[in-house]
Design a protein. Structure first.
Length: 690
């Protein structure tokens, strides 16, 4: 085995690739791979991953086998390497048999430096053994996250790779991907059976981006976007909207102030091309897009990226804000969200992933003999909008088969194998929404939180100094002010309560709910105010706010936040004066006392659901408890029960079982006044029954 020294690698970097130096982190990866170690490499798109297998491949000599899931990716890489004067072969379904045969001959003759194949190729009998006749000297697996069912585009053929790779060892295996949470990383290592791999998870920190998150109700978001982009230095800008319709409305509004257009998949290709081109040239200053935008665009000077709603995952969020500041100059991203966004995502999730029980009912009715889908639906007494998506999911799981005439049959999978994988998929999606929500509501440096999400734990220790958490005074979407004397005194009380008189760490912390009931038993300070004070203390470094959860009876995960004192916080609790306190100005954020922000769709669904769904035994108990509680409260007021709240609201509380004030607040019929007065007490009633 050739052992290349770093000067050799540098020499190859100059002579073959024409690059002057390694980018940060490339060198260590190249050294490990060249030395024959298995490698897991996670770096964001554009960071320069390809070089990390190509250079070691050349240094080791022989042929490198590259497995890639997409023909376009393969062709692109192959073309680049060919233009560098290297010998490259490709085998994929887009090529005719003769050229594939020729490539195989070239491979066996040792003429190739790189051979690109799709993972499906191993299904062709004899292909694996052919490769094994002259084993490669390095194996690269591109888009390695496809191997994980937790990854967003799971490819079953990746699963079988490990078995085939076995015969091609001892070549080192380099797994590359731009997107892998720690869970996906573990999956890659175990599914590919990597041997003690050198792991490089790096490059996610974007030092020129100021990431801001602001809680703001939907009706006020367009106005906020206008304000944020008013300054010419904030443009060019990309705005991400949750739907095509929203994109169009926002673009029409903003076009009165700056040249603005929409971009989404519903536009014809001519229009899309024109929008991209005029944005590129600067004629258009703002593009309001749905997620479809960005694939084809490589505009380096985007100064602002705005999100008009919460994306469905941190992965998409990161990718979208990543389009700001490619030129390395300071740029800003602002995410506008509210708890209503979470509900919207939950609604879509429920719509797209019907209950497992519904799938099971259909699966149980399937027979080896074909039955027409409509007959099956009628026999099962299912509505089309329930049956359709459920059958789709069974088909996707391979648990049912359908022919051209819409006749459905059972498969070997119809038994129970699909259930686990379906449930895993649903909880994966839910987990993505949870993670995004945690990021939005988190009380820590935004960039550090992002970097940690992608698994770069060591880099996540360092605050960025630019985001709305690190640097509130520079925030553009929200304003901060000095605390009042009263607020200062309350913050001291909070710190003292957390230190609990103890003068030495470590501090175990308290749930914010407990803190509230202990400190303000009669509600002098409401939960929202307390949250603002805690947030202020966290920004100044006196405490940290951790997301925690417990599993309630019935298996439901209930989330809460825990405040934990830092060393500085403990000193301040002893009487050190507080410094650097920046209070978030609530005027600027969620307006309280207005109509709640919610889409028509979701509220219509909820109304219908509230009236129809039969209650479980647990819900019935909660229903009874809430009614009893309501009549006690009403008696105290000397008013009829509906003054507290009506039956429909009560029903919604039963269905939603809100565990926090924020959740409670999103229920129609519960305004800020009611939250103030009864919020805690209501949450307690709910908690006692869930
Ligand atoms: P990724 O696969 O991580 O998305 P690529 O491998 O496509 O990224 O690299 C992105 C760009 O950076 C390419 O144009 C590549 O030529 C360039 N590049 C990679 N390494 C270097 C380097 N050391 N010096 C200069 N440019 C580089
Ligand atoms: Zn920060």
């Amino acid at each position: 085995m050739p052992t290349a020294t770093t000067p050799d690698l540098l020499q190859l970097l100059h002579s073959t690739f024409g690059f002057r130096e390694f980018r940060a982190s490339q060198q260590a990866v190249c050294e490990a791979a060249t030395a024959g170690r298995d490698v897991l490499l996670v770096m964001p798109t554009g960071a320069g991953k390809s070089l990390c297998y190509q250079l070691p491949a050349l240094a080791r000599g022989g042929t490198a086998l590259v497995i890639s899931p997409l023909i376009a990716l393969m062709d692109d890489q192959a073309q680049k390497l060919t233009s560098l004067g290297l010998q490259v072969g490709r085998i994929h379904s887009g090529l005719d048999r003769d050229s594939s045969r020729q490539v195989c001959r070239d491979y066996l003759d040792g003429k190739l430096q790189f051979l690109f194949i799709a993972p499906e190729r191993f299904r062709v009998p004899g292909f694996g053994p052919m490769l094994a006749k002259r084993p490669p000297t390095l194996i690269a697996i591109d888009e390695a996250h496809c191997i994980s069912q937790w990854g967003h585009d799971f490819r079953p053929d990746y699963r079988n790779l490990a078995a085939h790779l076995q015969a091609l060892r001892p070549a080192p295996v380099i797994a590359l991907t731009a997107t892998a949470t720690p869970q996906v990383q573990r999956d890659i290592v175990s599914e590919l059976a990597l041997h003690n791999p050198a792991q490089f998870i790096q490059g996610f920190r974007r030092t020129n981006l100021a990431v801001e998150v602001v809680e703001v109700s939907k009706p006020r978001r367009t106005e906020m976007a206008r304000k944020l982009l008013r300054d010419g230095a904030a443009r060019p800008a990309i705005i991400y909207a949750p739907s095509r319709k929203d994109a169009e409305t926002i673009a029409t509004e903003l076009n009165q102030d700056f040249p603005t257009a929409t971009y989404h998949a519903g536009l014809d290709s001519g229009t899309r091309e024109r929008v991209q081109r005029t944005f590129q040239t600067g004629e258009l200053e703002v593009v309001v897009a749905t997620i479809a935008f960005g694939m084809g665009i490589d505009k380096a000077d985007v100064r602002t990226v705005l999100h008009m709603a919460m994306p469905a995952s941190v992965e998409s969020f990161y990718q979208e804000i990543g389009r700001a500041g490619r030129d390395g100059k300071p740029s800003r991203t602002v995410l506008m969200y509210s708890f209503a966004d979470r509900r919207m995502h939950d609604f879509f999730l429920e719509r797209d992933y019907p209950p497992t029980d519904t799938l099971a009912r259909i699966a149980a009715a399937l027979r080896p003999d074909p039955v027409h889908a409509d007959d099956l639906r009628i026999a099962l007494k299912l509505d089309l909008d329930v049956f359709g998506p459920a059958l789709d999911k069974l088909l996707a799981q391979g648990a049912a088969q359908i022919d051209m005439g819409n006749n459905v049959t059972r498969t070997e999978q119809t038994g129970a194998a699909w259930r686990r994988s379906y449930d895993a998929q649903v909880s994966f999606r839910r987990g993505q929404i949870d993670a995004m929500m945690r990021l939005a509501t988190g009380a820590e440096c935004r960039m550090a939180a992002l970097v940690r999400h992608f698994g770069d734990v060591s880099d996540a220790q360092r605050p960025c100094g630019r985001c709305d958490f690190c640097s509130p005074e520079q925030s553009s979407a929200q304003s901060f002010r000095q605390p009042t004397t009263d607020e200062l005194a309350t913050m001291q009380r909070i710190l003292r309560s957390l230190s609990g008189g103890s003068h030495s760490g470590p501090f175990s912390g308290k749930s914010t709910g407990k803190l509230h009931t202990e400190l303000f038993p009669s509600g002098e300070v409401d939960r929202k105010e307390l949250d603002t004070l805690l947030d202020t203390l966290a920004r100044a470094g006196y405490l940290t706010l951790e997301s925690a959860s417990f599993t309630a009876e019935g298996g439901r995960e209930i989330g809460y936040r825990r405040a934990v004192l830092t060393h500085e916080g403990n000193e301040a609790a002893d009487g050190e004066p507080l410094a650097n306190l920046q209070m978030r100005d609530t005027e600027d954020t969620e307006p309280r006392g207005r109509t709640r922000d919610r889409s028509k769709e979701a509220s219509a669904r909820k109304k219908a659901a509230a009236d129809e769904t039969p209650l479980t035994a647990e819900q019935k108990a909660l229903d009874a408890a809430l009614r009893a509680w309501r009549s006690t409260e009403a008696k105290q007021l000397g008013k009829p029960a509906f003054v507290v709240f009506g039956d429909r609201t009560l029903r919604q509380i039963v269905l939603d079982a809100p565990s926090t004030l924020q959740e409670l607040e999103t229920i129609s019929g519960i305004g800020p006044a009611k939250i103030e007065r009864w919020g805690d007490s209501l949450c307690q009633v709910v908690a006692a029954h869930v």
